[in-house]
Ligand binder design. Structure first.
Ligand code: GMT
Length: 378
């Protein structure tokens, strides 16, 4: 198949999933064209089957904010026509699905509807729960969903939310996030501990784009309580709008020497490999790719019951789930995992097994079958 993938290039789960999906499809012989503002952060692959189109936006003094969505639509239309794309897969409803929809309209005079690409939209989370919930964005998100030929969501929870908020015309198929366990596994690299100046204390990790939904303040609060009862270091990987406040909070609590802000890093496996637990106290998380990747590296997760975590984290087996904002309960669960080595080991092994159920190869087959079904129906 010839597949176009439109996605955000920035640090975040939807861009990561789009890039990993494209790489996996290309390795199976499909031709993949990426459309994004810059090369997606996880792409980093050489393949004869991958083509990356960075969208050039026209700058003109009259336009205060450049028309990215329109430039994207034009690029998709151009490539879809000349490369005869079968599928354009939009990751995140806005603006990708909408731009692809517009691209299809641009091609109306050039090709018959039956020969034009099928539009698949994958809903990732905040496109529904934050952007879609905005009074002025609701109708545009609804349009993007209803004009797609196929819609997938990354968890049953997100599907339910979408149905509740938008009553979409089409059935939404759940295809969860996935992880390549040949790349995400626990490795022993003692030099990393040394490079980071860590001793043999327990390591707590969090990886995200530091948006409000991630509740970074709760991570600091839980870690503060944990660090009063056991020797531990918190590794914070990523960056975003909540980082500065988190730094101030860490200074005020007097735990600067126990918290490391590492910024955006691509190579996270070595860090996950030395982590004892991951904290994910989000107040809404459609799936939680970072948690799945941590589990693949044998890291139990303390997270919230908000969203899709409960679809792959069984409390007591792979970590613990609590109500958002319940600092006390999250602290106790973190301490339990950090203090009971036998229990930690059981959880760690169970996490590795659970991650294998979300193996990239399995879920990529789901996407391929989904594309094939849409093409066969035309
Ligand atoms: O994190 C976001 O705010 C948006 C989005 C992204 O582009 O990074 O992340 C979402 O998509 C991931 C991949 O499907 C999911 O694993 C994340 O749970 C989801 N984030 C939220 O729902 C907050």
């Amino acid at each position: 198949m010839k597949i176009g993938i439109s996605c955000h290039h920035t640090y975040g789960g939807s861009g990561a999933i789009a890039a990993e999906l494209g790489k996996a499809l290309a390795s199976k012989g499909h031709i993949v064209h990426f459309f994004s503002q810059a090369a997606p952060f996880r792409l980093g692959a050489f393949s004869r089957n991958i083509f990356c189109h960075e969208i050039e936006v026209m700058h003109y003094p009259l336009f205060e904010s450049p028309f990215y969505s329109l430039a994207l639509a034009s690029k998709i239309a151009d490539i879809a026509y000349y490369e005869k794309l079968d599928i354009v897969h939009a990751h995140y409803a806005i603006p990708h699905a909408l731009s692809a929809m517009l691209a299809r309209q641009m091609l109306e005079d050039k090709c018959a509807a039956s020969t034009c690409f099928k539009l698949v939209t994958t809903l990732h989370g905040t496109d529904i729960t934050v952007v879609g919930a905005d009074r002025w964005m609701q109708d545009v998100v609804r349009l993007a969903i209803n004009k797609s030929d196929g819609v997938t969501a990354v968890s049953a929870w997100l599907k339910e939310e979408t149905v509740r908020m938008f009553s979409p015309k089409k059935e939404i198929t759940v295809i969860p996030n996935f992880v390549d366990t040949s790349l995400f596994f626990r490795t022993s690299k003692p030099e990393i501990r040394e490079q980071l100046g860590l001793g043999d204390e327990k390591i707590v990790i969090h990886i995200s784009n530091f948006r409000p939904v991630k509740c970074i303040g709760d991570i600091i609060r839980v870690f503060y309580a944990v660090s009063r009862r056991t020797e531990a270091t918190l590794l914070l990987v990523g960056d975003g709008p909540e980082r500065s406040d988190a730094e101030i909070q860490v200074r005020q609590l007097g735990i600067v020497d126990r918290v490391r802000f590492l910024g955006k890093l691509d190579d996270i496996v070595p860090l996950l490999s030395l982590a004892d637990i991951m904290l994910m106290p989000s107040n809404a998380e459609s799936f939680g790719l970072a948690a799945l990747e941590a589990m693949a590296c044998g890291v139990p997760v303390v997270a919230t019951m908000a969203g899709g975590f409960s679809e792959f984290i069984v409390p007591g087996i792979h970590g613990y789930l609590h109500a958002p904002g319940d600092i006390k309960a999250m602290t106790e669960s973190a301490l339990l995992l950090l203090s009971d080595q036998a229990h930690w080991l059981e959880c760690s092994n169970a996490c590795v097994q659970q991650a294998k159920r979300y193996e990239t190869a399995l879920l990529v087959e789901h996407y391929e079958a989904y594309y094939a079904g849409l093409l066969a129906a035309s």
